[in-house]
Structures are given as C-alpha cells and as structure tokens.
Design a protein around this ligand. Sequence first.
Ligand code: PBG
Length: 325
Amino acid sequence: MPFPVHRMRRMRATEPLRRLVRETTLEPADFILPLFVTEGGRVRNPISSMPGNFQLSIDELIKECSECIELGLGGVILFGIPEHKDETASEAYREDGIVQRAVRALKDRYPSLVVITDVCNCEYTSHGHCGKVVGNDVDNDSTLEWLAASAVSHARAGADIVAPSDMMDGRVAAIRRALDAAGFVKTPILSYAAKYASVFYGPFREAAESAPQFGDRRSYQMDPPNAREAMREIALDIEEGADMIMVKPAMPYLDILRMARDRFDVPLAAYQVSGEFSMIKAAAANGWLDEQRAMMESLTAIRRAGADVILTYFARQAARLLQRG
Ligand code: PBG
C-alpha cells in the first residue's frame, strides 16, 4: 500500500469541504450581550478600556437593544450603575432601582427580548465588595438577604432570568426560596457557579465602577489553580436549584468548561469577560492581530470546549458577521 493512506488534508482542501465536516458552529442566538445602564437621559459614556461599549441611560439602552433583536441575539444581561452607593447596597434591591426600571422599560418595549439581570452588590456598595462587610471580611449569610431581595425585585420588574455573580455560599437556594415565596416559581436562575478571582475583570470594573476600595475578592471568588473545586461549586448550585450554570472567565478556563460539559447535563454558559475582549481589541488596534478572526476563533473555541451560551462583548459584531455569511 502506498504511504500515506490517510491524508487528513483531503477534507481540508476547499471551503465547501471544510464546511461539510465542521464540528462546531456559532449562531447569533448563542450570544448574550452585556450592557451597562446608568441614570439620566441621552447618556452614552464610552468605556475607554472596552472600545464600542458604553454606559447607557435607559432611553439609549432601548435604542441599543433594537439592533440586538434584529440580529437575533440570544439576549442581553444588564449591569446597573446607580447614582448613589452605600454600605448596604440599597439601590441593588430597590423596586425602582436603575436595573429594575431598565428591565421594565425593555420588557415593555420588546416583550420577546430575553433580559437577564446580574444579581450582585459590588456595583452598589460604597466599598465595592460583593456583600456586607463585617470586620474586614464579606459576611456570607447576611449578604444572602440582599441577593434574594435583588433577585425578587428583578423578577417583579419582568426579568426573564436572574444571574447571581457574587459567589456567596448558599445564594442559589436563598434566591430560589425567595423567588418561589414571592410567586416567581417560573423565573430561572443562571448561576455564575465557577467564577474565578481573575485579573481579566479589570476593564469591567472601570465600566461598572465596581473596583473594591480595599482588599480583593479572593475570599469569595475561586482560586485560579483549582479545577476539582469548580465541579463541587457547580454540583452544589445545581442541587440548590440552578437552572443554568456558568464558567467565568472563558478562554483561560476552557478545561473547566470541558469538565463541566462532560459531567453536568444542565445548560452551560461561558462568560468571555472584559479583559478577554479588551486584549483582542488592543492587539487589533496595534495591528498585531486580525480582529475579526481573533473574535471568531475565540468564540468558536469557547463553544468547542462545551459552552451552549456565550456572554460576550462581541455579541453584536460576531452576529453581524454571521448574518453576512
Ligand atoms: C459582578 C461581576 C463582575 C463581572 C461580572 N459580574 C466583576 C467582578 O466580579 O469583579 C465581570 C465581567 C467582566 O469582566 O466582563 N460581581
């Protein structure tokens, strides 16, 4: 027999052949776009470290979302930037807080748009931590009350999914119980189950004005070297009632995504975080990388590792590219 019999290059020879055997595909419906909502009218503050992203007032947010619907995105996730921050994160769970009003406005205008809300306190506390500070630590159990109250206020405003990102223990159970007690038995929980204490959140903290004023988040977010621990976090959240789980960040944690995909049969989301986005943008701005290809390759890798859904600041740009074919 002449050597080689197997020529892997045969099926790679032309684009139609490559397309025929492609194992992983992307669709606009896979993407969730994170959006930052702030007080005021006609506000569009550019976020300098995240080109193309803005802090938007509610009127501008509404405009922004019409394109999301045209493009067929899977949905949006909202982060609130309140005018007023305090020790008790009171704006996070006020019935007429910024996110609650934004959700009402969006669902009123676009009933079919999937609106997810991030449930956390760091954008609302004066110290920037994700919960109640007692001594020099974030107190777990008292923080659960704020989270449950926030989630219920988001559901009441019409949120389709609530997504806790704080990493307190027991928050999924506390939120589920509170939602059910308030009559929101149908509101699903997307848990940021395996969320690491990552340097790649840097640009987000500028966008959301949520950098901790002292210390860091390592006593509640996960330690980057740990993988088995992520499986325990996910298992606990599913037991507590999470309907979907998330791994965050995405590209530096593809192994975690793959492990989670292989072990758990719930829908799996990955968050391509601000730093992942900004690195690609910065390299492209320098002429060091082809932006579109870097964007599509990174999103494809995240899907291939096992994510069903990707939260990404590239949502619109990638969807536009897919639409053009
Ligand atoms: C809030 C939250 C953060 C992100 C999503 N939700 C920041 C943090 O934990 O500091 C990061 C998202 C990103 O970097 O794009 N707790």
